[in-house]
Design a protein around this ligand. Structure first.
Ligand SMILES: Nc1ncnc2c1ncn2[C@@H]1O[C@H](COP(=O)(O)OP(=O)(O)OP(=O)(O)O)[C@@H](O)[C@H]1O
Ligand SMILES: [Mg+2]
Length: 369
C-alpha cells in the first residue's frame, strides 16, 4: 500500500530526518568545550575550543592541562578540587594566560562527567567575554553610525534645495548685469554653490539603491589597484595575497569599488604617495557581525606602512566630517562603512606608526545582498 503524505506531514518527516547530531551541535557551538580525564589530560576539544586556544585537536588531545595552560594555576587547582569534590562550579571573569602570551577573560563552568566508568573526568565550558564586549561595542558603533548618517543625510537634503535656488538666482542676475565688472561676484557665488553641491552629493551619494549581482572580491580589488596605480605611477607598490578559493557573493560592484577605493586612497594620502600597500583576502568561519552570526565571512585586509592614524581622531574616523587632513572632508570612511553595512558587513581598523590595517568583513551567505 502506498503511503500518501500531506505537504505538512512531509515537512515534519524531513525535519525529523535532519535533526542535528550531538557531534554537529558541539561543532557549531560558540562556547569552547573541553573534556579531561581523571588525570586532567585533555580527551576532547570542539572547534570553538581550537579557535580560542589557537591549536588543532590532533596536536593537543592527550596533553595535560598543566602543559596546555602552564600559567593558569588557579584553574588547574579548581579542576583538581572538582575531581575530588564532584561539585560543579562556575567562575566568572577568569583571566586565562594562553600559549603565545595571549591573555583572555572567560566565564568558566566545570562539571564532573557522570560516566558509568569509575574514573570519570570533567567537562569544561569556556565563554570568552572580552570578545562579547567587543561585539556589543560593534553593535553600538553600527547603531550610532546609522543614526549619524540619517542626520547628515537629512541635513544635506535640506541644504540642497535652497542652494539650487541661490545658484539659479545668481545665474539670472549675471545675465541682467549691465556692469560686467560685477559678474566676478556672481561667478564666485556660482562656483562656491557648485563646490557645496559636490560636497552634498558625496554626503547623500551612496544612498542610491544597490544594483545587485554576483561579485568577485578579487575583481573589485584589482580594479581599485589599477585605478590607484594610474593615479600614482611611481613610489607606490600594491602587493597582493589573495585566497583564490573564495566564492563569489551578491553585492553591488560599483559601490564596493567605491568603499575599497576610499580606504586605499586614504592610505596613499597618508603615505604621501610613497610606500607599500598590502591587499589580502581570506575566509573566516563562524564570525559575528553586530548581533548576527555568520557561517562564512569574507575578510579583506588593506594594510599600509604609513605614519598611522593620528591618535586624537583614531576612535572617531568612521564618523562623518572627521578628518586629519587640511583638505579632507572626512566623508570617505563614513561612506565606505555605510556601503559595507548595506552588504551586511563591517569595517574595523587598527593602527600604529608604520602599520595601519583596515579589515572589511562581508558575510558570504548574504541575505542582505
Ligand atoms: N591609512 C591611513 N593612515 C593614516 N591616517 C588615516 C588612514 N586612513 C584614514 N586616516 C585618517 O582618517 C581621516 C578620515 O578619513 P576619511 O576618508 O573619512 O576622510 P578624509 O580622507 O579626511 O576626507 P575624504 O575621504 O572625504 O576626502 C583622514 O583624514 C586621516 O587623518
Ligand atoms: Mg578619505
Amino acid at each position: 500500500m502506498q503511503l500518501l503524505l500531506s505537504q505538512k506531514e512531509k515537512s515534519l518527516v524531513d525535519d525529523t530526518m535532519s535533526t542535528e547530531s550531538p557531534q554537529n551541535i558541539l561543532e557549531n557551538l560558540t562556547t569552547a568545550v573541553l573534556t579531561f580525564n581523571s588525570k586532567l589530560e585533555l580527551t576532547a576539544i570542539n572547534p570553538a575550543g581550537e579557535m580560542m586556544f589557537e591549536v588543532s585537536a590532533n596536536k593537543v588531545v592527550g596533553q595535560r592541562l598543566a602543559d596546555l595552560l602552564p600559567q593558569s594555576q588557579r584553574l588547574i587547582d579548581a579542576l583538581n578540587q572538582t575531581l575530588v569534590s564532584r561539585h560543579p562550579f562556575t567562575s566568572r571573569g577568569l583571566q586565562l594566560a594562553l600559549p603565545g602570551a595571549r591573555t583572555i577573560t572567560v566565564d568558566c563552568t566545570v562539571s564532573p562527567l557522570t560516566n558509568s566508568s569509575k574514573s570519570a573526568g570533567l567537562l569544561v565550558e569556556l565563554t570568552q567575554i572580552d570578545r562579547l564586549l567587543r561585539l556589543a561595542r560593534d553593535e553600538n558603533m553600527l547603531d550610532r553610525q546609522a543614526a549619524n548618517r540619517a542626520v547628515i543625510r537629512g541635513l544635506a537634503h535640506e541644504i540642497k534645495n535652497p542652494l539650487g535656488g541661490l545658484r539659479g538666482a545668481a545665474q539670472l542676475l549675471e545675465r541682467e548685469l549691465t556692469n560686467k565688472g560685477l559678474s566676478e561676484y556672481t561667478r564666485i557665488i556660482i562656483h562656491e554653490a557648485d563646490r557645496l553641491q559636490n560636497l552634498l552629493d558625496r554626503m547623500v551619494g551612496p544612498y542610491r539603491p544597490m544594483k545587485k549581482q554576483a561579485v568577485n572580491i578579487h575583481a573589485i580589488l584589482e580594479h581599485v589597484r589599477r585605478l590607484v596605480l594610474v593615479e600614482v605611477p611611481v613610489g607606490l607598490s600594491i602587493e597582493r595575497d589573495y585566497d583564490p578559493s573564495l566564492p563569489e557573493f551578491i553585492g553591488d560592484p560599483d559601490q564596493l569599488i567605491q568603499a575599497v577605493l576610499n580606504i586605499v586612497r586614504n592610505s596613499v594620502q597618508a603615505m604621501d604617495n610613497q610606500g607599500v600597500i598590502h591587499l589580502r583576502t581570506q575566509i573566516e568561519r563562524q564570525f559575528t557581525i553586530g548581533s548576527k552570526r555568520h557561517r562564512l565571512v569574507l575578510r579583506t585586509e588593506i594594510e599600509d606602512n604609513g605614519p598611522g592614524i593620528p591618535e586624537e581622531i583614531r576612535e572617531q574616523i568612521f564618523y562623518p566630517m572627521v578628518t586629519g587632513r587640511a583638505d579632507g572632508t572626512g566623508l570617505g570612511l563614513s561612506i565606505a562603512q555605510d556601503i559595507i553595512a548595506k552588504h551586511g558587513g563591517l569595517i574595523e581598523c587598527r593602527s600604529k606608526p608604520k602599520q595601519t590595517v583596515f579589515t572589511i568583513y562581508l558575510p558570504l551567505e548574504n541575505g542582505h545582498g
